[in-house]
Design a protein around this ligand. Structure first.
Ligand SMILES: C[S@@+](CC[C@H](N)C(=O)[O-])C[C@H]1O[C@@H](n2cnc3c(N)ncnc32)[C@H](O)[C@@H]1O
Length: 288
């Protein structure tokens, strides 16, 4: 897959952008419902947290089709709009140039759609406070989440977003997510992962396959998209409450082709992510 400014761009990129926005925005609405339902409860922190581990440069690869903003920028903007007074965000990006572009693009996007809520930017890009959004150039594997998200008596709700370049490093990043969700079990996880990359990595190391890796992230329920493209990418949303249990805000998501991984269809997709075609054929007894 060709790389542009540190991110891979392929035929599935536009679908990814659309799905990531749809899931993140639905998640923001679900949390809004939860906050309203349990308002005033001592265990409820009514702040929405959005933690993007791979913020990128803020630009959509579909710019030529008129979509300028990356999904990251779109979901930060919508979260800040949905939660004007109770939002807390962290955007991390390793490449300084990318982060500068991300901030500029987010500023533009917010000014376009949120003129009523002017946002202030510090000219220093390394560590920047935008209201309650902290954008930082650095490696998420060494970022001090304990300091950024101190433990509180109340539970923190929100979403961790992870969209890595397919490399062995991701494995360490998944450990970062696991530590975060152990500490803050109400933070859900939205990620975009390549089954093919994981198969390659886990064959070369003793690391688990993609499904085992996701299971280590302390989420009880996983929704999964169809497999996208040759590299078998999929969008995953990990939650702690069963979608559809007491409210089903995810009907739109189902229409986008997502299934619970525990369903028959979900298990079939997971198998394709876990095993090579050859292994699948062998399991099905088609080869001796
Ligand atoms: C696949 S790109 C996705 C970017 C963005 N989500 C988008 O779609 O525009 C991954 C991004 O994460 C950044 N990145 C990779 N590893 C990182 C790390 N360990 N810490 C912080 N950023 C990282 C890369 O520089 C790159 O911009």
């Amino acid at each position: 897959m060709p790389m542009i400014k540190g991110k891979g761009v392929g035929p599935s990129t536009s679908t990814k952008e659309r799905l990531m926005v749809a899931l993140a925005e639905d998640h923001q609405q679900v949390c809004g419902t939860i906050f309203r339902k349990w308002r005033g409860e001592h265990w409820m922190d009514g702040t929405y947290h959005l933690i993007d581990l791979t913020a990128g440069d803020g630009l959509s690869e579909q710019a030529s089709c008129g979509r300028r903003y990356s999904y990251d920028v779109q979901i930060f903007r919508s979260a800040m709009k949905e939660y004007p007074s109770n939002f807390m965000g962290v955007a991390l990006e390793r490449e300084q140039k990318n982060l500068e572009s991300f901030i500029e693009t987010l500023r533009l996007a917010c000014h376009e759609k949120m003129v009523e809520r002017p946002v202030l930017f510090d000219p220093v890009f390394e560590a920047l406070e935008l209201g309650t959004l902290r954008c930082e150039a650095g490696d998420h594997r060494t970022f001090d989440f304990v300091k950024a998200l101190p433990m509180a008596a109340q539970k923190k709700y929100g979403l961790i977003v992870f969209d890595p370049n397919p490399s062995k490093e991701n494995l360490e990043s998944l450990r970062v997510i696991a530590a975060l969700t152990r500490r803050h079990p109400k933070l859900d996880v939205l990620c975009y992962l390549s089954g093919t990359a994981f198969k390659r990595i886990s064959t070369a190391t003793d690391f688990p396959n993609v499904w085992e890796a996701l299971q280590a992230l302390n989420k009880q329920f996983w929704l999964m998209s169809e497999l996208l493209g040759q590299n078998q990418y999929a969008v995953f949303l990990g939650l702690n409450f069963k979608p559809g249990d007491w409210l089903d805000p995810y009907c739109k998501i189902r229409r986008l082709g997502f299934v619970d991984v525990i369903t028959e269809e979900g298990q079939a997709r997971v198998k394709k992510l876990q095993y090579t075609n050859k292994q699948l054929e062998e399991m099905n007894g088609r080869t001796p």
